[in-house]
Design a binder for this molecule. Structure first.
Ligand code: ZN
Length: 463
């Protein structure tokens, strides 16, 4: 019912709009470097830092943000300062400095800083195509004031994947110096040209506290995510750590920072959002569909949880988590050329997608349409509404929407799908890469998903 309508109304109009370049940074550590060679890199970093510092002070004072202007004014002087340094380091240091000054002057304008100059604390040395090259797949050669130095990298699976799957290595890179470990850390940039395809349909995705609901070809799936538990858990632990250490050793405490950093690492290991994004984008790609997401800008705070008393704070924490998931979906989608559109979510979970009358939820996530008396699961209703809004039907004619017209029946949706989405536990989908795999696993454990007559996970999980 949906396919033909979509093709007609959602063809991308402009050819240039659907072409884009996706950029990713891959971090690779080097093997340990001998003391003698490592000293060269430490010297190099010292000189580079000094140049950047001088340039930053100069251009902040003079209000210069243009790299070309800065280079024109200061190149000679800096060159003469370190005549043995390959000249392109002055070039990249100018780029580095002008980026730093640009963001500093912006802060200054917003009155977010009262410093006179930006401080240059962390430094990574920028390299351009004259300053480094790859030799084979695991060794880089870097040009220094003591000649070309070759350093072996410790490759990882991710790096090989970028080398082997249509990405091209950019000529610019950065290196950081790890003095404790005597290693270099290389930041490699990969790029890929992507063309967004014209979708022949859409997957609607609704992100909630405890699941991500998706509607694919009239089947609704709920991926259990436990965002509520995870987000709040980390929020409280972070607060506790901060409170404890602020009392003992002041706000700027090194030990506290270390513990907080560890917590963030743990947090990122719970990479729920990337796994969810992967499942959704792979499915969209397979079907040639796009993805519809809610525009969270003004989502009402009606479905927020009650454990945090401060309503605004609660809202902010969850919006951040939801947007994190959406961003992951968008990033993944971009990489594979899957178009994504955002829809205003107003009333999406309160209105019956068929009759457009109110669905009243009395504390549960399933209830009855006030006109047609059919049952709706809140998240499924939201997905259908997002989809229909995406199709443009609601905007164009308010009383008929495309689903009804094209299908020709009074209840175009399967009688059970509307209130019995397929719930998939996190323990199941998180291990697997695609929906297919996940569903196969379901079959293996003996559940009938075809007719959807079997309730897979009694709905109490989602209330
Ligand atoms: Zn209805």
């Amino acid at each position: 019912m949906v396919g033909c309508f979509l093709q007609a109304s959602l063809a991308l109009t402009n050819d240039e709009e659907d072409a884009l370049i996706v950029t990713r940074t891959v971090i690779v550590r080097s093997e340990r470097i001998s003391k003698k060679l490592f000293r060269v890199f430490v010297e190099l970093e010292g000189m580079y830092r000094n140049i950047v510092e001088q340039l930053v002070i100069y251009s902040a004072r003079e209000g210069i943000t243009s790299f070309i202007k800065l280079k024109a004014l200061k190149y000679r002087e800096m060159r003469n300062l370190y005549p043995h340094l390959p000249s392109h380091y002055v070039h990249t240091a100018c780029q580095d400095a002008s980026t730093r000054v640009k963001s500093f002057l912006k802060l200054k304008k917003e009155e977010s800083t009262n410093k006179k100059y930006p401080s240059v604390k962390r430094i990574s040395i920028r390299l351009d195509d004259h300053l480094w090259r790859f030799e084979g797949l695991t060794r880089i050669a870097i040009s220094t004031h003591r000649g070309l130095i070759k350093v072996d990298l410790i490759p990882h699976k991710q790096l090989y994947r970028y080398f082997n799957s249509g990405w091209r290595l950019a000529s610019e890179a950065r290196i950081k110096i790890d003095k404790k470990e005597r290693r270099l850390i290389a930041y490699l940039t990969f790029r890929k040209d992507v063309r967004l395809y014209k979708p022949s349909g859409y997957i609607a995705v609704d992100v909630n506290e405890n699941n991500v609901a998706m509607l694919i070809n009239r089947k609704a799936y709920l991926l259990e995510t436990n965002i509520e538990r995870i987000t709040l858990g980390y929020y409280y632990r972070r607060k506790r750590i901060q409170k404890k250490y602020d009392k003992i050793c002041g706000v700027k405490c090194r030990a506290k920072r270390k513990i907080l950093r560890k917590l963030r690492e743990e947090e990122s290991k719970e990479d729920t959002r990337w796994k969810v994004a992967n499942i959704i984008v792979r499915e969209a790609l397979k079907q040639g569909y796009g993805v519809v997401l809610e525009d969270l800008g003004d989502k009402p705070a009606d479905n927020m949880i009650s454990r945090i008393k401060d309503e605004q704070l609660r809202h902010r924490i969850f919006q951040a988590a939801f947007k994190g998931i959406q961003r992951a979906i968008e990033e993944k989608a971009k990489e594979y050329g899957v178009p994504v559109i955002y829809i205003n979510p107003r009333n999406t979970s309160k209105q019956c997608p068929i009759h457009r009358s109110e669905i009243k939820y009395n504390g549960s996530r399933i209830d009855v349409c006030s006109t047609g008396k059919e049952k709706w699961h809140r998240d499924v209703a939201a997905c259908y509404n997002l989809l229909f809004k995406a199709l443009g039907g609601l905007e164009r004619c308010s009383h008929h929407h495309p689903g009804l017209i094209l299908d020709g029946s009074h209840v175009p949706l399967g009688s059970t799908t509307a209130h019995e989405p397929i719930g998939i536990k996190r323990s199941l989908w998180a291990r697997l890469k695609s929906l297919d795999e996940t569903m196969n696993e379901y079959k293996m454990i003996g559940m009938n998903i075809q007719g959807q007559t079997v309730r897979l996970s009694r709905m109490e999980h989602y209330r």
